[in-house]
Ligand binder design. Sequence first.
Ligand code: NDP
Length: 286
Amino acid sequence: MTAQILDGKAIAQKVREEVREGVARFVSAYGRPPGLDVLLVGEDPASVIYTRNKEKASHEVGMRGRLHRLPADTGEDELLRRIAELNADASVDGILVQLPLPSQIREARVLDAIDPGKDVDGFHPVNAGLLATGRPGLVPCTPKGSMRLLAEAGARLEGARAVVVGRSNIVGKPMAQLLLAAHATVTIAHSRTRDLATVCREADILVAAVGRARLIKGDWIKEGAVVIDVGMNRTEDGKLAGDVDFEAAKARASWITPVPGGVGPMTIATLLENTLRAARARLGEG
Ligand code: NDP
């Protein structure tokens, strides 16, 4: 079998088009665009690029996007003060604090301070709790985008065996919750999992969110599995590689995401979707 490629770039473009139409309807209904405010503390080069891309993407779909750049030595109190201002500002629908934060700032205190209704990253414990209890809320962008990829592949989730490798709060855990909500039988693997190869070989749906280049070997892939590779790893030759050995896995999977061009583009597209959703919900639309 040679896998079909799940083209995240093309699907993300489709999502952006959907959001653009939704934004236009929002503007004609409420006379203002949805607003996304992104806070960046410090100069981490990857974070600078990510936050600029988020601001740009929000403009492209007709939102009001604003990037707030704060110096690297910003204190926790100052950041909390900025968040409180944005929480109170009626023109702000989505607030995102770019991670990682400098060491003088406690991440949990910052995430807890964001109004859960404006928490477009879905990292607030209230949103994590809503997801865990099967109630509507804002869902983290990367796993939500990965679910969209599975839907576009026509993957049958009900009753399927799903394995998520990685248990972070931002990817692995919410991904597992979403698969469970879609009636898959879900296993979460992590660094202490014994015999990862055998666990992976059970998977009809395999999601890799580890951060180790090509950790998942081709012969760990069940024949016909759908493989979602969240990993983004810089290799020694400067290229980007996923957590899955793509070429070998392609020979066994039915669908597979490439890296780059798979999950990556879905994350920002889903952020825009979440911002529109937050804006509608704040104005009383479901
Ligand atoms: P974390 O480092 O927070 O979590 C990694 C997880 O992988 C942990 O649960 C860890 O286990 C597990 N793990 C580490 N080593 C192994 C191993 N050898 N075998 C099995 N499990 C292992 O990473 P994130 O969840 O934040 O990100 C994961 C990857 O996804 C990264 O490459 C990141 O760059 C990428 N990413 C991509 C995004 C996108 O938009 N495409 C967005 C976010 C992340 P333990 O808990 O035991 O330590």
